[in-house]
Design a protein around this ligand. Structure first.
Ligand code: NAD
Ligand code: LMR
Length: 341
């Protein structure tokens, strides 16, 4: 099933010189994250105000009617940068020639679950989608995996797309980074924009490590403003368990903040991180002793459309123990899905 809708730009875009239109795919497009994400992509927040897009939206058959409504609303928003919308339940149509893919579609957890409990339900989705990416996406495609457990789902998609370089598959830990920034900003009494170089190691799970050692608040080291007791205690715990806290409070998993983080991740990958360190999970090439292939969040800089892992930061005993802990958890997840790889 496929719904096609071609949009004609109706608003003025005259102050920008337009680039060649790109195809952007979003899975789970009729879901909660999709509903927040699509409007940010369509408005130019991700790929730039001079980058027209064709949106290629994937749902499962039961989601197609809701997707139809989402497409009507996108059309009704009259975004000048949206040069076409395709809604489909066929990944080969959704991913065709896509330059950027947001893998969101999958089940969220409930408050009684850990994210890794989703692997049996969600893991198989990323086998077929990986194969379809391999078959039809642009050879330069940039893939962000949001659906949980996102590190291991990215690993599954990557393993099933052998013709696409592994560095083009990533998983999202930017929400964790943003949560860490939010906590520091609140405690320092400054806007989030004052905080730089705060990043996440490891898995998008309770074991993650928001590393404060290189982070600054208005140029001052975070470690000079806050002591280890807070940084390795309440700060770390709040960031690591924030997903569950939101599910308990909202009765649904984070959606607007997740969409915003997905925009930040892809924005920086596409347009650069201005020399700053940001968090991205990608298949390890042995950095910091993390076994090759494990999708692990590292400090990264983005430049010219490439992700460069910052591979020479010193580790202290606490950081090393957190990295080891995350490697252990991700190895267990990888073993659990070995038949999908
Ligand atoms: P949702 O249930 O509101 O929407 C998911 C959508 O995906 C639904 O419309 C569903 O029909 C669709 N879908 C299911 N299987 C699909 C498939 N095979 N192909 C295409 N579409 C499919 O859920 P949501 O709140 O949008 O969350 C989506 C995922 O993102 C969940 O797994 C959630 O845990 C995860 N998540 C990750 C992060 C992160 O930081 N990495 C943050 C928030 C949520
Ligand atoms: C989050 O961190 O908010 C998401 O991964 C949803 C969840 O299950 O915690």
């Amino acid at each position: 099933m496929s719904i096609e809708s071609t949009k004609i730009a109706v608003n003025s875009t005259d102050s920008y010189e337009m680039k060649k239109t790109i195809r952007v795919a979003v899975t789970g497009a009729a879901g909660n994250i999709g509903y927040a994400l699509l409007w940010r992509i369509a408005s130019g927040d991700c790929f730039g105000k001079n980058q027209p897009v064709i949106l290629q939206l994937l749902e499962i058959p039961v989601g197609m009617q809701r997707l139809d409504g989402v497409i009507m609303e996108l059309n009704d928003s009259a975004f000048p940068l949206v040069h076409g919308i395709v809604g489909t339940d066929d990944p080969h149509i959704a991913f065709k020639e896509a330059e950027a893919i947001f893998l969101v579609g999958s089940r969220p957890r409930t408050k009684d679950m850990d994210r890794s409990d989703l692997v049996a339900a969600n893991g198989p989705i990323f086998v077929g989608q990986g194969k379809a990416i391999d078959a039809v996406a642009s050879r330069n495609v940039k893939v962000i995996t949001v659906g949980n457990p996102c590190n291991t789902n990215a690993l599954i998609a990557c393993a099933n797309a052998p013709s696409i370089p592994t560095r083009q598959f990533t998983a999202m830990t930017r929400l964790d980074q943003n949560r860490a920034v939010g906590q520091i900003a609140e405690h320092a009494g400054v806007p989030a924009s004052k905080i730089q170089d705060l990043f996440i190691w490891g898995n998008h799970a309770n074991t993650m490590y928001p590393d404060p050692r290189f982070a600054t608040v208005d140029g001052k080291l975070v470690t000079e403003l806050f002591d280890d007791e807070w940084l390795q205690g309440p700060f770390l715990d709040t960031v690591a368990t924030r997903g569950k806290a939101i599910i308990v409070a909202r009765g649904a998993s984070s959606a607007a903040s997740a969409a915003s983080a997905a925009i930040d991740h892809m924005h920086d990958w596409w347009q650069g991180s201005n020399g700053l360190m940001v968090s991205m999970a990608l298949p390890s090439e042995g950095w910091y002793g993390v076994p090759e292939g494990l999708v692990f969040s590292f400090p990264c800089r983005c430049e010219d459309g490439n992700v460069i892992v910052v591979d020479d930061l010193p580790l202290d005993a606490f950081a090393q123990s957190k990295i080891d802990e995350n490697v252990g958890v991700l190895l267990e997840e990888r073993n659990a899905v070995s038949e999908l790889l």
